[in-house]
Design a protein around this ligand. Sequence first.
Ligand SMILES: Nc1ncnc2c1ncn2[C@@H]1O[C@H](COP(=O)(O)OP(=O)(O)OP(=O)(O)O)[C@@H](O)[C@H]1O
Ligand SMILES: [Mg+2]
Length: 437
Amino acid sequence: MRPHYSPRPASVGSAVAVFAATGLAALVAIWISVVWVARKDSTRSAVLDARDIAVAKSTTVAPVLSDGILRDDPAALARLDTEVRNKVLSPRTVRVKIWSEEGRILYSDDTPLVGQRFPLGPSERAALLTGSSLAHVSDLTEPENARDHHFHKLLEVYDGMRTTGGTPVLFEAYLRMSSVTAESRRTMASVAPAFLAGLALLLLVQIPVAWSMARRLQRGREQEKRLLHRAIEAGAVERRHIAADLHDGVVQALAGNAFSLAAAAGEAERAGMGEVARTVGTAAAELRQTVRELRNMMVAIAPPRLHQEGLATALADVVSPLQRRGVATTLSVEPVAISRGAESLVFRAAQEALRNVTYHADASHVGVTVEGTKDTIRLRVEDNGVGFVPGQGETSRETGHMGLPLLAELAEEAGGRLDIHSRPGAGTLLVLEVPVR
Ligand SMILES: Nc1ncnc2c1ncn2[C@@H]1O[C@H](COP(=O)(O)OP(=O)(O)OP(=O)(O)O)[C@@H](O)[C@H]1O
Ligand SMILES: [Mg+2]
């Protein structure tokens, strides 16, 4: 089921707007990825930078790292503290901890931490045991960093050392994010305007090109539509000529012949030639039937009485061939004051719908109703046939099925709409609504 059968293409303005919006989205995505890559890179540089500094600083405290600190010897701790405060702490290096292998804080410039225990992670243990170093961005939510929350972002560097007596301990320093990141932020800020302006300019110069391409496409489509309508109109005019020629020529002649034959049959009857009279009478009746069929065909190719006698009569003419095929039909037409254009459109739609019922629906019943309000007229053609899936491949204009798409276009042009409700096995309902004026 697809409620609306709309052929409307996107306008040039909205096509260009979509183009510009996607371009802008791409621009934002490019900028975000550039910033992300630059930030990652500067963090990596900052970490390496911090490690070099911290390792250099750990070396300066090595001589005062006596075994006394393992036993909380106040003199040893005081010596270490003086060295740390004089040579290690700086505006950048904000915290120092020295850990035992068991995860006890042997020394920290933040005295309340001394004596506390926190489990060491595997990589920290490895650094402690092998005497190597490692650095990463601090997780300030970890319990051991509870007192350092006020530092916005820190790097922590570990360096495995030995006391003067040879016991492995872990030196840990916390450094503020280095000037490397500040530097990179400054660089980004200075290149950003030029970079973004370049991308925006690229987008801007593409917009007129996109605009002209969209216009050209739209013009092509409009031209195609005009040609199509001209072809339809030409077809309609041609059909009217054929119908008129048939009516004035062949049909009149045949009707005259039927009349003459009927008269001849009467004369033969009166002359007592019963056999001849019957043969000629039968021929006259067959000829009259042929004339009737020809007239029906003429109604189908050009509705001569539409505007003179109104929709009801013209529709009755279109419905009757279905009746003769054994399809039960109901027709109800409310009298509505309606413009010629709307009347032609309703007629044309009914004709196409009933043609579709005849060729595709295999229906046993079809109902046609025309009802009007003050402003619109609504045609409904409903059958109980096989149904279909509207708008799919075999019902599209590209595959040569023109009836419904053309009708949808005509409806839209007249300011109305065409809706097709159908499902395989569930019959089909076509609804056309057009303004009466
Ligand atoms: N009442 C219906 N019942 C079942 N199938 C239908 C009905 N109306 C349309 N269809 C299906 O929709 C298709 C498209 O219809 P449409 O009128 O657009 O084209 P067509 O009738 O195939 O060809 P054209 O109208 O150009 O001669 C049909 O081929 C048919 O498969
Ligand atoms: Mg059709």
